[in-house]
Design a protein around this ligand. Structure first.
Ligand code: GDP
Ligand code: IMO
Ligand code: MG
Length: 422
């Protein structure tokens, strides 16, 4: 298998976890390069549901190595909880997991600051997952963050932590929030650090050795293209580069060693959190929610839903260099008729083929739709492309045509078996 970067090509929750689980069968190594435990990647296997937050979804398959790269921000206490949770479910986590010593730490003051900033913003809030992601990446950019390598040196960590807590407590107190207790945090983090110690490595060097031995690497993107700190619907974004380049900077694997970029899209659109969603449709959302679908894997919040947005998908193809397209959740549209696809935006009387970069302008965009007939029958048992009703085949082919990438996977249900590889 070629080294593959898998990215979400919408606003996150495209079904990346499910597709990674399928692709891992042919890979040796799965790497997370950015984001933190704001991610929630669902894999359903043999009737058991696994939700991965920091650990690559490849962990569920035996004899694969999973790497948490330098670009990820790690809450060590949450990571230990995740490892132990998987072990309780019978998943082996040992020599098959590596954690970069350069990854930055998410600390309790990051979480409180995340919450406080959201409160201060009021109606203009981002709708974050409150996992402290923005403040942790903020510290990284300000060069005031603590890293896994610090956590591995208890005396040094305690000293740095004390100074950081002192600094942040003065901010929290000014905001009227409860100060952080240094001793409690130190104890909890050092205990988590000792549990993580066996996994910690220089993952950059380790990955380059694997490349020399021609191991196939799969890069598991978190979040989605329009949540990218540079290319997303700023400020309603996350704080990392969720687009293809993030896989390089967040792992230390150079661009010329990447072979394929695969984009994952849902057959419709969802978004959790605030910010524009030009194709949002309340009736479609009600229908999907009534089916028990589209609730956030990390926070449980109902996701906002809308029609497939080909303007956004085409832009995602451009900036990620998407070669191959995986369309998931086709079965979500099994009972919908007609089905709409957004093929352009209208802004103040003008037709746009690319999303405007300004959030206020995007908010004013109206979607221009084409309508296609639905298939009104279940697709969930389809094993090959020709098993799909003709209207469903035309629909996904149309999505690929509008997106400008080659259709290679169609997913018709949450399990491994419900995957059509073209
Ligand atoms: P991720 O963050 O991109 O990994 O996606 P999430 O796991 O947050 O959300 C995707 C949801 O869709 C999960 O509940 C998956 O189990 C589910 N899912 C993925 N692909 C399919 C599909 O083809 N059909 C159905 N019905 N569910 C799917
Ligand atoms: P996966 O990997 C969907 C959203 C939040 C919020 C914004 C900023 O499962 O696709 P943050 O906590 O990152 O500061 O929140 O980004 N968000 C996601 N939405 N899927 C995700 O991850 C997300 N991670 C963050 O809802 O709008
Ligand atoms: Mg998710």
């Amino acid at each position: 298998m070629a080294n593959t970067i898998l990215v979400g090509a919408q606003w996150g929750d495209e079904g990346k976890g499910k597709i990674i689980d399928v692709l891992t069968a042919n890979a040796d190594i799965v790497v997370r390069s950015q984001g933190g435990n704001n991610a929630g990647h669902t894999v359903i296997h043999r009737g058991v549901k696994y939700i991965l937050h920091l650990i690559p979804s490849g962990i569920l398959r035996r004899r694969k190595v999973c790497v948490i790269g330098n670009g990820v921000v790690i809450d060590p206490v949450a990571l230990v909880r995740e490892i132990e949770g998987l072990q309780k479910m019978g998943i082996a986590v040992g020599k098959n997991l590596l954690i970069s010593d350069c990854a930055h730490l998410v600390l309790p003051y990051h979480r409180v600051l995340d919450e406080q900033r959201e409160l201060l913003k009021g109606h203009a809030k981002i709708g974050t997952t409150k996992r402290g992601i923005g403040p942790a990446y903020g510290d990284k950019a300000a060069r005031t963050g603590l890293r896994i390598s610090d956590l591995m040196q208890p005396a040094l960590f305690s000293k740095k932590l004390q100074a950081k807590i002192r600094e942040n407590n003065s901010i929290l107190q000014a905001l009227g929030a409860k100060p952080i207790n240094f001793c409690e945090v130190k104890e909890a983090y050092l205990a988590a650090g000792e549990k993580l110690r066996p996994f910690v490595a220089n993952t950059v060097v380790w990955l380059h050795r694997a490349l020399q031995r021609d191991r196939a690497i799969l890069f598991e993107g978190a979040q989605g293209t329009f949540l990218d700190i540079d290319h997303g619907t700023y400020p309603y974004v996350t704080s990392s580069n969720t687009t293809a380049g993030g896989a390089c900077t967040g792992s230390g694997v150079p661009p010329h060693r990447m072979d394929i970029v695969m984009g994952v899209v849902k057959a419709y659109t969802t978004r959790v959190g605030e910010g524009s969603l030009p194709t949002e449709d309340a009736t479609l959302a009600d229908m999907l929610h009534e089916m028990g679908r589209e609730f956030g894997a990390t926070t449980g919040r109902p996701r906002r839903c809308g029609w497939f947005d080909a303007v956004a998908a085409r832009y995602a193809t451009m900036i990620n260099g998407i070669d191959e397209l995986a369309v998931t959740n086709l079965d979500g549209l099994d009972s919908v008729d007609p089905i709409r696809v957004c093929v352009g935006y209208r802004l103040e009387g003008k037709r746009l083929d690319v999303p405007p970069s300004d959030a206020a302008q995007l908010e004013k965009c109206e979607a221009v739709y084409e309508e296609t007939p639905g298939w009104k029958t279940s697709t969930q048992a389809a094993k090959k492309f020709s098993d799909l009703p003709e209207a469903a085949q035309s629909y996904v082919q149309r999505l690929a045509e509008l997106t400008g990438a080659k259709l290679t996977i169609v997913s018709v249900g949450p399990t491994r078996g419900q995957t059509i590889v073209l």
